[in-house]
Structure formats: C-alpha cells, structure tokens
Design a protein around this ligand. Sequence first.
Ligand code: NAP
Ligand code: GLV
Length: 325
Amino acid sequence: MKPKIYITRKLPEQIIKGLSRNYDVRMWDQEDIPVPREVLIEEMKEVEGLLCLLTEQIDESLIEQAPNLKIIANMAVGHNNIDVQSATKRGIMVTNTPGVLTETTADLTFGLLLATARRMMEAEDYLRSGKWETWSPMQLTGQDVHGATLGIIGLGRIGEALAKRAKGFDMNLVYFNRNRKYEQEKELGIEYQPLEKLLQISDFVCVMLPLTAETAYMIGKEQLELMKGTAVLINTARGGIIDEKALYQALENREIWAAGLDVFEEEPVPLDHPLLTLPNVVTLPHIGSASIATRMKMATLAVQNLVDGLSGDTPRNLVLLNKSK
Ligand code: NAP
Ligand code: GLV
C-alpha cells in the first residue's frame, strides 16, 4: 500500500503530477476556500504526510488525531500556524519554505513602504472619485523616503533583502535583532540599535520578525509612543506582533503618521476592523510572496520537503524546535 498524503489546497497540476506514482494523494479541491476543519480532522486519521498552508491551524488537538503522521510540510516560511513542539514531541517533522520567497517579499515590503509614505492608494482613490480638480501646493503630500532613516526589526533573510533595496534610496539603516549581525553591519552599512532607540530615531520602521511567544505584541502602546509623529510603520511579517488596538489609537491620534499592513491578527481582516476606517493606513491581503514564480517555487519546495521526509531523508528545510529558521 502506498503511503497516504493530504494536501490542504488545490495546487497546480505540474507541481503534484509525479506524486501519485509513490503516494496515495488526496487534495482539497478548492483554490480559494480553505479546507473545513472537520474535513481536515477526518483526513488526518490516515495520512503519513500533510502539505498545508498558513491558513490551517495545525494544533495539538489535530496532531493527536493523526497517529500515522510523519511530516507536516508548510507552504510558507512562517510556521506559527503549526504547533512545532507538539509535532516534535511525537517525532513528526515540520518543514517550511525559506529563501525562495525572500526577494519577492522584500520587493512587496519596499513597495508598501513607498505606497504608504507617498499616499499612493489615497491619491488613486482621489483621482478615480473625481476629486482632482487642480494641482495645488500641498495636495496629497507625503513623507520623503530617500535620505530617511529605516529601522528594520528582525534582520533575517527578508530584513537583509529589504536593507539592500533601501540602500538604493540612500536611506540610513538601523536594525534590532536578538543576535547582533556583525557581518551584515559591515556589508550593508547598517547599525545595530536597541529596540527603544530604533523606534525613537527611525522615520520608517519595518517589522520582519517571525511570530513567536517572544515577539507577540512586541510593538504595543509603549513602543508606538516612542516613535516620531512623522513615522511610518510597515508590517509584512505577521499580525499579532503589533498590538492592533494600540496601533489604531496611535494612528487615529496622529501619534505616528501612517501604517502599511500586509498582515493582520485575524485573516482575512474583518471589513469592520477599525484600522480599515483610517485614511492613513494602507492595507494589502497578505500578498508578500505573491508572484507567480515565487508561489510555484514555494509549492515545489514544500512538495520536495514532504517527499524527502517520507522517503527517510532529512528534509532540507526542517524546522527545529526553538529556532526561527
Ligand atoms: P528569518 O530569516 O528567520 O528572519 C527572522 C529574523 O528575526 C532573524 O534575524 C531572527 O534572529 C529575528 N528574530 C527572531 N526572534 C526574535 C526576537 N525575539 N527578537 C528579535 N529578533 C528576533 O525569516 P525570514 O525568512 O526573513 O521571514 C521573516 C518572517 O516574515 C516570517 O517568519 C514570516 O512570518 C514573514 N513573512 C511574511 C510574508 C508575507 O507574505 N507577508 C512572506 C514571507 C515571510 P536570529 O538571527 O537570531 O534568528
Ligand atoms: C508567508 O506569509 C510566509 O510566511 O511564507
């Protein structure tokens, strides 16, 4: 009997075509609707391998119901949707897809920074809704990006790629990370600062951390109060790292100037979320890695990790407990 695998979302045929030779493959057949929890629970009873997305909560109660499970392959670099501790305790491997999405996510992050600083979405809306009657001196004016100070919180793969883009805009670069990155400091001309100092001196703050027990609500009221009144906060990492209630207050009271958000604590973000009522918030629906080529690479890598794990090899992107990489 072939080992059973379950894929929680419809993936392109070319990605999965070889799998059925060696595996009994079942796949949720919708592309834009997540697999219902009760269906997933049922499927988990027999599978040895699971390929999932960041939309699935693979928690202890689900893992407990999968007695044959050997590997959980996430099609994302972030793996906060998976209880890695429960999986590891049961000898189940967890993998992610680092690296292949770094440049694409850095592109989007820098694009969101530009769009927020220069009020691009608001300006488009202004034009399309017929408000553009003349050119005027201070109409839709924003913040300069060139020459400004960018503070990167989390100088990992994407943080570094972002710093490279910012250098091209002559930005001054500072970062905060739990470990000092001496090599990158030299290579990128980026300076380490304690978190509080970074928040005080940065014109733009980009959050590029994983969501973990340590980083949850790392940016709250106290931290937002340290930021400049003209500062822009960008989050393309994970919702849950920034306290959204505190962020709403800071933006509403103009304690900070604007925010660009690709991620939210609850996704999809409810349409009545207070942050969506503010003109100084630019929002995107979690599209950091969404280029055709990158999504294909992520799916291919997730399949590769799954196959490696099931065939007894060590998958290249094994997530180790207490490590973010
Ligand atoms: P990475 O290379 O692991 O970088 C994360 C960085 O955060 C590392 O430098 C790490 O430091 C640092 N860090 C971890 N915990 C910390 C803490 N408690 N305090 C300070 N620094 C801490 O990951 P990546 O590939 O750049 O991805 C980063 C995150 O971006 C992912 O986890 C994911 O959630 C998010 N993401 C979002 C999208 C999107 O579509 N919006 C796309 C891709 C990724 P060390 O060097 O000490 O490990
Ligand atoms: C996307 O958010 C990822 O973590 O890959």
